[in-house]
Ligand binder design. Structure first.
Ligand code: ACO
Length: 330
């Protein structure tokens, strides 16, 4: 069975920076509250007039991943886009990225798994490559969460941001790459984090479109309590599955939701914070984009080297969670 190696990474964020001080002018909040409760200092917000759509952000990240890998569009046979804020209900964001890339040999589809979408995408891509169904697969996490935010709700609008990240996976006989993926979900708790409108019956949808845009609703406190033990348990499963110890993990790249969640997860896993990659102070929570952006930045900054064991772990709407151990190939 071939092994699925990451041969390229890329990311793209909108130009516009929205700081905590800017948010103080919009809702009743303070920089001090946001930093203390979440660790976030600023986030990027997409602009329509700059064509910073979910598709365009994903496309830019994908192009950068292809560039690092030296792969052309015709060599790609799979495109998986993880997103909950696609530009349209359908077709998929992945198909729109496919068109712009000219990746005519690919099968393209989206995954909706909230902030765990990228890890779910890795699982799909890894399975396809391991089974010999595909050989070169793009996994893109791309979000424009600003499009579903209620800018009057201070408990959510300060936490989220826009951006995209991508990895390019390629099958080869050399051992390494994606060593494992574990994914889980619990639909009983879907209403802890959801968007108000969507595929509702037409009358409700018309009503909600007129009066209530697709606002995100979140019970942050209850999510926090679910996120920590779920991320810890699945990360432990991943480490044990690969017969590794915590000390073998060179870098943990978690979903960037809240620095307090990351500190709690790291503490319970007994992984020191120096080995936990964080960039949420710059971008906030970008949902499925947060792990691939972090992987790209960590790699560009020299925090990950060839042969390193990288633990990625995510938690998000659904509820969903997942973990993967990657032996870095670049
Ligand atoms: N500015 C100032 N005060 C605020 C703000 C704000 N932006 N937002 C809420 N408050 C107030 C509340 O009204 C509340 O006031 P009260 O005590 O008078 O009622 C007080 O601050 C405390 O609110 P809590 O919600 O209890 O604060 P908490 O410490 O739980 O922090 C937070 C809130 C940051 C949302 C936290 O619960 C959290 O990060 N949860 C996880 C959220 C998350 O990670 N979601 C995504 C995970 S899944 C995914 O990524 C898709």
């Amino acid at each position: 069975m071939p092994f699925a190696h990451i041969i390229g990474t890329g990311s793209a964020v909108p130009e516009r920076v929205l700081t905590n001080q800017d948010l103080e002018q919009i809702v009743d909040t303070t920089d001090e509250w946001i930093v203390r409760r979440s660790g976030i200092k600023e986030r990027r917000i997409a602009r329509q007039d700059k064509n910073e759509t979910t598709t365009e952000l994903g496309l830019s990240a994908a192009r950068r991943a292809m560039q690092t890998a030296g792969v052309t569009a015709d060599q790609i046979d799979g495109i998986i886009a993880a997103t909950v804020t696609g530009d349209r209900l359908f077709p998929s964001t992945a198909c729109m990225i496919q068109k712009e890339l000219g990746a005519d040999n690919a099968a393209a589809y989206d995954i909706s798994a909230g902030c765990s979408g990228f890890v779910y995408g890795l699982e799909q891509a890894n399975n396809g490559i391991r089974m010999g169904v595909s050989r070169t697969v793009l996994v893109v996490g791309t979000e424009r969460l600003s499009s579903v935010l209620n800018w009057e709700d201070r408990s959510t609008c300060v936490l989220l941001g826009d951006g995209a990240g991508a990895v390019l996976l390629h099958g080869s006989d050399e051992p390494g790459g994606i060593l494992s993926t574990h994914i889980k979900s619990d639909g009983r708790l879907w209403d802890l984090l959801y968007a108000e409108a969507g595929n509702n019956p037409p009358p409700a949808m018309l009503e909600s479109l007129a009066f209530l845009p697709h606002h995100l609703k979140m019970e942050g406190n209850r999510l926090f309590k679910q996120a920590v033990p779920s991320m810890v348990k699945i990360a432990e499963q991943a480490i044990e599955h690969n017969k590794l110890s915590r000390e073998d993990i060179q870098l943990m790249v978690p979903h960037q939701a809240n620095v307090r969640i990351l500190q709690a997860v790291a503490e319970r896993l007994q992984i020191p914070m120096e080995k936990v990659y964080t960039n949420l102070h710059k971008y906030g929570n970008t949902s499925s984009a947060s792990i691939p952006i972090a992987l790209d930045e960590a790699y560009q900054e020299g925090r990950i080297k060839k042969g390193d064991y990288v633990l990625v772990v995510a938690f998000g709407a659904g509820l969903t969670w997942g973990a993967s151990i990657i032996q870095w190939s670049l």
